[in-house]
Design a protein around this ligand. Structure first.
Ligand code: NIG
Ligand code: FE
Length: 420
């Protein structure tokens, strides 16, 4: 018996580790796993013996490229219904904010999500999550925020946990009770925040269904002061925080998030340079969401140059949700972050691997191809890593390894047709 389980040989590796090489590249390399961990990475020349003496399984991948499994660090993937009719309204010129203020938007998804059973939500979500996996995702974050009452929020979070147990993917969950004001609290926003803090947060923490806490700090969401109160409560329950900040206006949310040592501040089209400096000092990741930017036909770009200038790590995510980003595709975000935000293909890939791991507080465990990290590997039929951002609407994934084991897409994933 050899010591390692599997070795992939004749591989080109985009390790995304800070080796000084673009993409942390190792050409003509090999990578080995034992159980769910990477145990060896390097060039073929550096192997200390014949591959079949080192590992029980040898897989010759004939020059294909290996990257870390992709990480979608911001989604709202569990929801009832769809918002296709709002999409049609927006095409007639009604804005996202107008729809929200008229009681549509997040609140309309809330109604459909409250009405749906846990089983129905699982059934609707399986093909969506399967789609992300088919494109190379091995970790996906899923937020609540369409329940907006204790039991419905916990229902959404436990559906997310169930999805992670049902499919070959690691699901990280985020409690987003402060996403929108539910109609029964109309005119009583302070009372709703009190309920989030006094009732929902303790129950969510007690249930163990959330890994982090998020809020929507925005004119159509919650104020900076309300967000701060939610953050304090999260901290009291030992839950890390992140924030939807500066998507439509500048309320100083990103700086507030940084003050609380937030893992990430997300969207950020309207963030100021002072807030970017605060994020840099706190090590808060900037998560940019080109899907929402594209679908809402925004024109204000997130200040990528300021993130670069001040050394803020940039992650990219799908923000997959039924309103502003009905786009369950991280590969498309790689392309859009380059075409729309002028990021480089290398920055885009770092944004969907290393920096996305950091945005979830998981940088020590995954996001790069390094010894000791999780053996989550995506093997691509491409000639160079930039192709991952270059193709749009084309998926060059060859094989996906999750926790050291190859996923059988036909047997383990769910197609839309099978969900109903
Ligand atoms: O990230 N901005 C707030 N939340 C989501 C949108 C949710 C929705 O419209 O249903 C976002 O874009
Ligand atoms: Fe979002």
């Amino acid at each position: 018996m050899a010591d390692w389980d599997t070795i992939w040989i004749n591989a080109n590796l985009a390790t995304m580790a800070g080796t000084g090489m673009p993409y942390g590249k190792i050409e003509n390399g090999a990578i080995a796993a034992k159980c769910d961990r990477i145990v060896w990475v390097g060039s073929m020349d550096a192997l200390t013996g014949k591959p079949d003496t080192l590992a029980n399984h040898v897989v010759d991948i004939a020059g294909k490229w290996v990257t870390p499994g992709l990480i979608d660090c911001h989604t709202h993937l569990v929801f009832g219904g769809s918002r296709a009719s709002e999409f049609e309204q927006r095409l007639q010129g009604v804005s996202y904010e107008e729809i929200a203020r008229a009681g549509g938007g997040i609140v309309s998804t809330m109604t459909a999500t409250r009405e749906a059973s846990e089983e129905a939500l699982v059934r609707a979500s399986l093909p969506r999550l399967s789609n992300l996996i088919r494109e190379g995702c091995t970790t996906v974050e899923i937020k609540s925020g369409y329940g907006l009452e204790k039991s419905a929020e916990i229902k959404q979070l436990s559906v997310a946990r169930t999805l992670g147990e049902s499919l070959p993917v690691n699901v990280q969950t985020t409690f987003l009770g402060a996403h929108a004001l539910p109609p029964e609290f109309k005119g009583r926003q302070a009372d709703y925040i009190e309920q989030v803090i006094e009732e929902m947060m303790p129950a969510v923490a007690e249930s163990g269904t959330a890994d982090a806490v998020d809020a929507f700090c925005e004119s159509i969401g919650f104020t900076a002061a309300e967000t701060e109160a939610v953050f304090k409560s999260a901290q009291a329950h030992d839950l890390p925080v992140k924030l939807h900040a500066e998507q439509l206006s500048d309320l100083g949310g990103a700086a507030l998030a940084a003050r609380f040592g937030a893992l990430s501040a997300d969207h950020l089209e309207f963030v100021s340079e002072d807030s970017v400096l605060a994020m840099a000092a706190a090590g808060t990741v900037a998560v940019v969401l080109p899907g929402a930017f594209y679908i809402l036909r925004e024109t204000q770009l997130p200040p990528i140059d300021l993130f670069r200038k001040h050394g803020v790590d940039i992650a990219i995510a799908s923000d997959f949700n039924p309103g502003s980003s009905p786009v369950p595709s991280l590969l498309l975000m790689l392309n859009m972050s380059c075409t729309l935000f002028r990021m480089t293909p290398e920055e885009a890939l770092a944004g969907a691997t290393r920096n996305a791991a950091k945005a979830l507080g998981l940088a020590a465990d995954r996001g790069t191809l390094e010894v000791g990290k999780r053996a989550d590997l995506a093997i691509w039929s491409i000639g160079q890593p930039a192709e991952l951002a270059y193709w749009a609407g084309y998926n060059p994934l060859h094989t996906l390894i999750h926790d050291g084991t190859a996923i059988d897409f036909d047997a383990q994933l769910v197609s839309p047709g099978l969900a109903a």
